[in-house]
Design a binder for this molecule. Structure first.
Ligand SMILES: [Zn+2]
Length: 234
């Protein structure tokens, strides 16, 4: 029995229930065309809706309910995280150095997608995402978390003001002047009750890899899309 399918650059994670979950760390430019290609990749069941957050570097997370699914393509204002129990809905995050975090509790059939940049991480958007998943019936200990390609610490030096603010707000030590966002995100996931052995990190650096857009490296407007999707049980 197939529990899940990994598409392109996904990282394999074992699932413990009968729910098909698909996820993807893509290298496509952010565009409707790219999203429709994402949709094409999910062949088993039709994607009915594609949902993105506006992504404002905050810590707001929105639960996507059936009443929100008014159009095929939905951009939710002012949020950086999305969670849902709905099937056939693609939750998408666009990044170019920030960390895409995909979450799921296969037992409760709840998925989540988070855009964790420096400010979202500082404001612990992870805690908000887990809290909202729990509202939908998820349990922290059952959640799998996947951290996608993002800028590594070595390529993320910041000025003193940003550095010390980040350290103060996150309570995590950092090696001056470099920020290690994933170190903080993993600590926040554990603090939210996610088991450390259920956290997977794709350590690919967006600066170093030609397969991904890097805002810091190139300053262009390209974005990769990470998405997670719940299909029908296989
Ligand atoms: Zn790097």
């Amino acid at each position: 029995m197939k529990f899940h399918q990994i598409l392109e650059r996904g990282t394999q994670v074992p699932l413990s229930s009968h729910q098909a979950v698909y996820y993807h760390f893509g290298d496509h430019k952010y565009s409707l065309d790219a999203l429709s290609r994402c949709q094409d990749s999910v062949r088993e069941t039709p994607v009915t809706n594609i949902v993105l957050g506006e992504q404002v570097h905050g810590n707001e997370v929105k639960i996507i309910n059936p009443s929100d699914l008014t159009q095929q393509m939905i951009v939710v204002p002012h949020v950086d995280g999305l969670v849902t129990k709905q099937r056939n809905v693609l939750l998408c995050i666009k990044t170019a150095d920030c960390v895409p975090v995909l979450l799921y509790d296969a037992h409760a059939e709840v998925i989540g997608a988070v855009h964790a940049g420096r400010d979202g991480t500082r404001q612990n958007i992870i805690a908000e995402a887990v809290k909202n998943m729990r509202i939908l019936g998820a349990e922290s200990q059952r959640i799998y978390a996947l951290l996608g390609p993002a800028i590594c610490s070595k390529h993320y030096p910041v000025n003193d003001e940003l550095f010390w603010q980040f350290v103060k707000d996150t309570g995590q030590t950092q090696r001056h002047p470099w920020l290690d966002m994933k170190k903080v995100l993993i600590a926040q996931l554990v603090e939210a009750g996610v088991c450390v052995d259920r956290i997977q990190n794709d350590a690919t650096c967006t600066w170093e890899s030609d397969n991904y857009f890097s805002y810091r490296k190139n300053g262009d407007k390209g974005r990769q899309i990470s998405w997670i999707y719940r299909g029908l049980p296989c």
